[in-house]
Design a protein around this ligand. Structure first.
Ligand code: URA
Length: 211
């Protein structure tokens, strides 16, 4: 199956998911969206009111701010894949419970990451950061890239943090402005693809295996 097929399959599964109690209170599940070729994946916490109504990630006030932040990185929504830790809105927007996070990430998010294989994952907020950098404090490490299992993880504040406390906005803006530089680093350090045929000055593989 291609990445497109797998991502579509996961979307279908999320839309009809009944794995945890959150499905009983949702209007629509929010699988996440973006091109299967996206090099940048953003992972938020979970759907809020607007996302639950529309079945799409970051379409409320946090999403409007996210669009502005992406523009600072020279990116548009259509360039990136946007997902969430959990796919259904918790009652009264409460924090996701540990078993909801565990169930939903094992069933969906980690499969989405594997299928997409993004160069960079930007975590938005502490629940998303905790999946990759457990025990860290978002206020301390936001904007600091880390390699986790061979992939660049860039922890950032959740856009809602800037809506609730405007003094956070310059921090988020500065972190997003650095994203192109980080992406370029990954491109430089990515291993060159293996040659399709052995270089001419080396014996063919069959010959090597004789010795
Ligand atoms: N906040 C999130 O974490 N995710 C969304 O999709 C919307 C708001």
């Amino acid at each position: 199956m291609t990445a497109i097929d797998i991502l579509q399959l996961i979307t279908n599964e999320v839309q009809t998911c009944t794995r945890c109690a959150l499905h009983t209170g949702r209007a629509r599940a929010v699988p996440g969206e973006g091109p299967p070729t996206a090099e940048v994946m953003l992972i938020g916490e979970g759907p809020g009111y607007h996302e639950d109504r529309q079945g799409r990630p970051f379409v409320g006030p946090s999403g409007q701010l996210l669009d502005d932040l992406l523009a600072l990185a020279g990116l548009q929504r259509a360039d990136v894949f946007i997902g969430n830790v959990i796919k259904c809105r918790p009652p009264k927007n409460r924090d996701p419970l540990p078993d909801e996070v565990a169930t939903c990430t094992q069933a969906y998010l980690f499969r989405q990451i594997e299928a997409l294989n993004p160069k960079v994952i930007v975590t938005l907020g502490r629940f998303s950061m905790n999946l990759f950098l457990p025990g860290e404090k978002i206020s301390r490490i936001h904007g600091q890239p880390r390699i986790v299992e061979g992939r660049l993880i860039v922890p950032m504040l959740h856009p809602a943090a800037a809506l609730h406390q405007p003094q956070n906005r310059p921090l988020l803006e500065a972190d997003f402005r650095r994203l192109p530089e980080l992406l370029a680093t990954v491109e430089r350090e990515a291993p060159a693809p293996a040659p399709a045929t052995p270089p001419n000055d080396e014996p063919p593989l069959e010959q090597l295996s004789l010795f």
